[in-house]
Design a protein around this ligand. Structure first.
Ligand SMILES: Cc1cc2nc3c(=O)[nH]c(=O)nc-3n(C[C@H](O)[C@H](O)[C@H](O)COP(=O)(O)OP(=O)(O)OC[C@H]3O[C@@H](n4cnc5c(N)ncnc54)[C@H](O)[C@@H]3O)c2cc1C
Length: 414
C-alpha cells in the first residue's frame, strides 16, 4: 500500500516506522524543518532545551518499552527516580501534595487531613472543580489542587469533565494518605511517572531521530490540500495515496479538505491551550520538576533539564531549567520575566537563554468534549482509507507512550 502520514511527531513517526517495516510505501509530510512535533530538543549555547516541555519516557506497557529500546538501546538512556517538589507558601514541599501533608505546618496539615477524612461523601460530581473538593477535601483542594489546575488549564475548572484524569493524575487512596502522614513518608513510589528514562545525549530528539532514520520524511512541507478522487487521495495536489493517516491537529482539517458543516462546527468547538517555555541557566539542583500553584507567579511548572541527563549544560557545576507559562504568546526578555512575576526570584533564574511558543499544548476536556470528539471520530471512521491518530489527531490527552501504542494498534490492522 502507498500511505501518506500527516505530521512527523511521535505518532506519525511510529506509524511510519512500523508500516515501513511491514513493507508498505510510506511518505511523511511535516510542516516544520525537522521531525519530532512536541517531542524535540535542541542545544542553545550548549544548554539542552526541550522547547515544548521536557519529554521523559516511561510506560506501563512492556511492548512499548521493548520497542523503544529495540530502536534506541537501553544503554543510551539515563534512568531517573523523580524528585518533584511543590513551591508552597514560599517553601519546598514534596510532590504529590496529598502524600506530603507531613511536611506542612501542623495547623495546615490538620485542616487538610481533617477535610480529607470527611471527603468523598455523597454523589461524585461530574465537573472537575467540584470533583477536586469532593475527592480531596476542601483543605487539599483549595491549597493546591484548584490553584494549580487553574493555572495549567487556564480554563474554568467547573466547565471541565472528570473522565480524562483517571490514570493521568495521581489519585492515592485514603489509606495511603493516612499512612504517609503517620510514617512521615511522602513516598510517591506507586504514582504514575515516578521513574523514567531520558536519552543520555542529544535530548529526546535522539529517540525521535532513531525512529525517523531512513524514513521518507518531507520536512518544510505543510499539508495544504487533501482530496479524494475515486479511491485515491492526493496531498497538496501532487502524488496519490491509497491511505491517509492524519496526526495533525483536527482544527487544520477543515482548512485543507471538504467536510460537512456539522463536523466543522464540532471541530471549531474543541478546546485547547497554548504554552510558552523559557530556558534559563540556574544553580545546580537534584529537583526534576517544581510545581508552582500560587497565582502570585505566572509559571505553573519548572522542568529541570539538567537532572534528566548529566550532559545538559556546558558547565557541569551549573544547571538549566525550562519554566512553563500557559496562555497567549508574549515577548520573552529577562526584564519581562522579572516584571511579570513569572517565577519566584529565589529560584535564581536570571539569564534567559531561549524560549518558544507552542500553539497546541494541552487538549482541554471541557463539558462538550465527549460529544464533539465522538461525533468527529464517528464521521471519519466511515472511510477506512482516512485514519486519525495521535494527541491532536484524535484530540486526547495522551503521552508519547500511548501515542506509540495507538500507532501500533492501528498498524496491526493494516
Ligand atoms: C508541556 C508538555 C510536556 C509533555 N511532557 C511529556 C513527557 O514528559 N512524556 C511524554 O511521554 N509525553 C509528554 N507530553 C505529551 C507528548 O508531547 C505527546 O503525547 C506527543 O508528543 C504527541 O505526539 P503526536 O505525534 O501525536 O503530536 P505532535 O507531536 O503534535 O505531532 C504533530 C505533528 O504534525 C505537524 N503538523 C501540524 N500541522 C501540519 C500541517 N498542516 N502539515 C504537516 N504537518 C503538520 C506538527 O508540526 C507536528 O510535528 C508533553 C506534552 C506537553 C505539551
Amino acid at each position: 500500500m502507498k500511505i501518506a502520514i500527516l505530521g512527523a511527531g511521535i505518532s506519525g513517526l511510529t506509524a511510519a516506522r512500523l508500516l515501513t517495516d511491514k513493507g508498505h510505501q510510506v511518505v511523511v509530510f511535516e510542516k516544520n524543518a525537522s521531525p519530532g512535533g512536541l517531542a524535540r530538543s535542541r542545544f542553545t549555547n550548549g544548554y539542552l532545551y526541550d522547547p515544548h516541555g521536557g519529554h521523559i519516557f516511561n510506560s506501563k506497557h512492556s511492548e512499548i518499552i521493548n520497542w523503544v529500546f529495540s530502536i534506541l538501546p537501553k544503554e543510551n538512556w539515563q534512568f531517573t527516580v523523580r524528585n518533584a517538589k511543590i513551591f508552597f507558601n514560599e517553601k519546598y514541599v514534596s510532590y504529590p501534595f496529598e502524600l506530603s501533608l507531613c511536611e506542612l505546618e501542623t495547623e495546615e496539615a490538620v485542616e487538610c487531613i481533617y477535610d480529607f477524612i470527611l471527603s468523598q461523601q455523597g454523589e461524585e460530581p461530574d465537573n472537575f472543580k467540584d470533583w477536586l473538593t469532593w475527592n480531596f477535601g476542601k483543605g487539599i483542594a483549595n491549597s493546591y489542587m484548584i490553584p494549580y489546575n487553574e493555572k495549567i488549564w487556564a480554563y474554568p475548572l467547573e466547565k471541565m469533565e472528570t473522565q480524562w484524569m483517571k490514570g493521568k493524575m495521581p489519585l492515592p487512596e485514603k489509606k495511603e494518605i493516612i499512612r504517609s502522614m503517620l510514617l512521615k513518608d511522602p513516598s510517591e513510589r506507586k504514582m504514575p511517572h515516578s521513574t523514567f528514562y531520558y536519552p543520555l545525549h542529544g535530548g529526546i530528539q535522539t529517540m525521535i531521530n532513531a525512529i525517523a532514520a531512513d524514513l521518507d520524511i518531507r520536512c518544510n512541507c505543510p499539508v495544504q490540500s487533501l482530496k479524494k478522487i475515486g479511491s485515491q487521495w492526493t496531498v497538496n495536489n501532487e502524488e496519490s495515496y491509497d491511505t491517509i493517516i492524519s496526526t495533525i491537529p483536527l482544527p487544520i482539517l477543515p482548512k485543507v479538505m471538504a467536510l460537512p458543516e456539522e463536523i466543522i462546527r464540532h471541530i471549531s468547538d474543541l478546546k485547547y491551550n497554548s504554552l510558552t517555555t523559557i530556558l534559563f541557566d540556574c544553580p545546580k539542583t537534584d529537583i526534576t520538576w517544581l510545581y508552582i500553584p500560587s497565582h502570585t507567579y505566572r509559571s505553573h511548572r519548572v522542568g529541570y533539564q539538567s537532572t534528566l541527563t548529566p550532559y545538559a549544560t556546558p558547565d557541569p557545576n551549573r544547571g538549566c531549567a525550562a519554566l512553563e507559562v500557559i496562555g497567549r504568546r508574549f515577548e520573552v526578555l529577562s526584564t519581562s520575566v522579572k516584571e511579570r512575576n513569572i517565577v519566584p526570584e529565589e529560584l535564581g533564574f536570571t539569564k534567559v537563554l531561549d524560549s518558544e511558543f507552542t500553539e497546541y499544548a494541552y487538549v482541554i476536556h471541557d463539558l462538550n468534549y465527549r460529544k464533539n470528539v465522538d461525533t468527529i471520530l464517528k464521521y471519519f471512521s466511515r472511510d477506512s482509507s482516512f485514519k486519525l491518530l495521535g494527541r491532536w489527531g484524535t484530540w486526547n490527552y495522551k503521552n508519547m507512550d500511548l501515542c506509540m501504542l495507538d500507532a501500533m494498534k492501528l498498524v496491526e490492522g493494516m
